[in-house]
Write a protein that binds this ligand. Sequence first.
Ligand SMILES: [Zn+2]
Length: 608
Amino acid sequence: MAGRIPHTFIDELMTRVDIVEVIDSRVPLKKAGREYTACCPFHNEKTPSFTVSPNKQFYHCFGCGEHGTAVGFLMEYEHLSFPEAVEELARQVGLEVPYEGPTHTEPQQRQRNDNLYDLLAQSDRYYRRQLRQHPQGSRAVDYLKQRGLSGEIAAEFGLGFAPPGWDNLQRELGSTAERQEQLITTGMLIRKDDGKSYDRFRDRIMFPIRDRRGRTIAFGGRILPDSQESGAKEPAKYLNSPETPLFHKGQELYGLYETRQALRDIPRLLVVEGYMDVVALAQFDIRYAVATLGTATTQEHLNRLFRVTPEVVFCFDGDRAGRDAAWRALNNALPIMREGRQIRFMFLPEGDDPDTRVRAVEKAGFEADIETALNFSDFFFQHLGKLADTSSIDGRAQLVEQARPLLKLLPPGVFRHMMTEQLARLARLETAELESLLARADQSVAVGKTNQGHTAQHQGRKPLSPVRMALLRLLYRPELAQLAGAPQRFTDLDIPGVNLLVEVLEILQENPKLNSSALLERWRGTENGSHLEKLASWEPEVTTNESLEQEFSGALAQLDQQRLQHRCDFLLARSNQGELTPEEKRELQELFATLNRDKRQNAVKNRE
Ligand SMILES: [Zn+2]
């Protein structure tokens, strides 16, 4: 995808765009030394660990490890695709994105998506109109009234009506073969084996599913109780759009857009099962309910939720199936749990769902229910405690065994530590045992932290390899590449990362004005790219230009020495076999001299 926008354009864009401005207009930044900081928009925190480096044109959060360029920030923060993020930045600095290649795939793709959004907006309007105007629409209205929904709430959530019949929407919107094709792509029509198509949603209350910008990207439909709609089999009570280019179930949450419209601050979000629950709760002024769309809650869902609130409460039925679903939700949540994020589990009385419950006890009663929700650790240990009898030694050992792999899934940090302590208490471990357990936990904490690539962790450890050091300094100051001489000379060195270093040096020497973010964009989505990003998120220990230069040159000198040594070893091996030409003999002597001189110089340097 990225290949369709020429590199040269990205290069230019990245030099014109200032990441500080881009982020500051969305997340207000404060200056702190050479960098800028804010409370991280990607995880919930009270003290800022999100930093933006104007030098590197790079952001990094020491709390959650998120990092990237201005393009990456927009992709993450505004949920844009790569071309969309590039378009947005280009618009801000007044550039037009050129698309490469004779096929113009990108604009076509975008045009196509625009058409799809447009068709869904038209479908949306059509269904709403049918709710008011269709002769059968009153059945839907009666149903909604009987469920206690007001006209205001129905309008706010954009509820509509898909009339009975196989081709209402098709006749309304599918005027051309192309539009029919697009309606199939958006999931509104279903194609039969004989090539003909029919309406997916028939005789249903329609719930538009909106993305974070409020665009309709899919629909949910609830069958009317007295539906005459006959198919080969019993129609499903709830029906959702399938996965489409615009709709990814694992990411979208019904009601999140509406919540954000209704509330400025969102102290908590309630995750319920269906869209009817969301709307019913909104009717009782509980404006913070969302629903997944026919899937279990994914980590992507949770990350999206925690971007807007510190607390997520799962609401489940009180029966066995509800408990099982809650345990699955807890398991899915383990890798994204950390301090500052709260997850709780609420169980309704058996036989109730949020819709029936809120109508029975109203807002105050329902919110009192929420207060009784179990917190993460209580539900965790309660569930495991049910599986193991903690009054016996065997049972406690079993508890530890069952808990340990799950605790390992938690990201390192205070929360994991507290969970581990709680486990030790419950397992009634002796001090020695407790300590060894905690030590093991701490060990994995240390490993986890180095993965974030924080400078503090690599300080005092073995020194950086010259390749890494050179790359690190180049990311801080790309102009250093001009001091490097011919990069190709390093290609014979058989050390990890050297090819990447050569490539980086070549690109920078050819494009002396390139900045770090443009450089990083060249490797977007590749393994080398994530390697470079990791390096970019390290803080430099030195920040004066002089020491940057010294360290860079020092690293290259080390590589040169390795290279000469390498050549020297090669020639020596040949010489042992008596195969050296006179030229090679001279070269070997010179190499000896150079290497010895370098070694003496290094020895002097080290004494200083
Ligand atoms: Zn963060």
